[in-house]
Design a binder for this molecule. Structure first.
Ligand code: SAM
Length: 243
């Protein structure tokens, strides 16, 4: 049946994503710096600035991986706030937890293995939710957007930081060369893993562009949805509010 086929395809994608992140977990941070020339730090900085997170807030960093954003949020919310670092992948979560503990992050951070599509939290739980470079890996993105909206508090913000569509044709061509040629080579040299980085390039190419993602966020029930392009639209930061 159609359903049977669909189910297999979906499970295959999920399994593939799991394999990729189990195999890159240990070298994830190094590769991130290398492949983005360190610029991912600036992209994340903008997400922090737009988050509106303050002392005492509760924050969910879903698909949080090795915890770059969680670490900054932990400082912002202070001892009375709380941050949950959640990820579907045990290896990424373990690397993230070990790293944050090494950095002296305290007990205002909790670690939860969870799927963005069906978050295990009560309605109206968080002032802010971030998903950074995570949504494109999620099989059912609409379900994930609905689930995140459900667990946001009224007035809470969802920030989606993700690769998007370069706004200029020339940049777009250069970027394609970079991601389909150079990136797998780097993956092979540095991590002995060209396949994972080829997957990365493919997942970026398939991801909805700026306007499509905006529409998807609105369909999930978010309001005042807007986005900011960074690095010529290679990355976009979308923000929506639950009213
Ligand atoms: N947010 C981190 C950052 O910006 O450095 C990590 C991003 S990493 C590229 C993507 C993460 O998404 C991986 O850790 C992966 O395990 C996680 N992920 C993939 N599918 C997911 C899902 N359905 N639910 C939750 N996390 C997921």
């Amino acid at each position: 049946t159609d359903f049977g086929y669909e189910k297999v395809a979906v499970d295959e994608k999920a399994a593939r994503v799991a394999d990729v992140f189990h195999s890159v977990a240990a070298r994830y941070d190094v590769m991130n710096d290398l492949m983005s020339f360190g610029i991912h730090r600036l992209w994340k900085q903008l997400a922090l600035e737009r988050s509106g997170v303050r002392q005492g807030h509760s924050v969910l960093d879903i698909a949080g991986g090795t915890g770059d954003l969680t670490r900054q949020f932990a400082k912002r919310v202070g001892p009375k706030g709380r941050v949950i670092l959640a990820d579907i992948n045990e290896s990424m979560l373990r690397v993230g937890r070990d790293k944050l503990i090494d950095h002296g992050v305290g007990d205002n951070v909790k670690y939860v293995q969870a799927n963005a599509e069906s978050l295990p939290f009560p309605d109206n739980s968080f002032h802010c939710i971030t998903i950074a470079f995570g949504l494109r890996n999620v099989t059912d993105k609409d379900a994930a957007l609905r689930s995140m909206t459900r667990v946001l508090k009224p007035g809470g913000r969802l920030l989606v930081l993700e690769f998007s569509k370069p706004v200029n044709g020339l940049l777009s061509k250069a970027y394609d060369q970079y991601s389909f040629r150079l990136l797998p080579q780097m993956g092979r040299l540095v991590a002995n893993d060209a396949d994972s980085y080829r997957y990365l390039a493919e997942s970026i190419r398939m991801h909805p562009d700026q306007e499509t993602l905006k529409t998807m966020m609105q369909a999930a029930g978010l309001e005042r949805v807007e986005y900011t392009n960074m690095t010529g639209g290679i990355v976009a930061l979308h923000r929506g509010i639950k009213l």
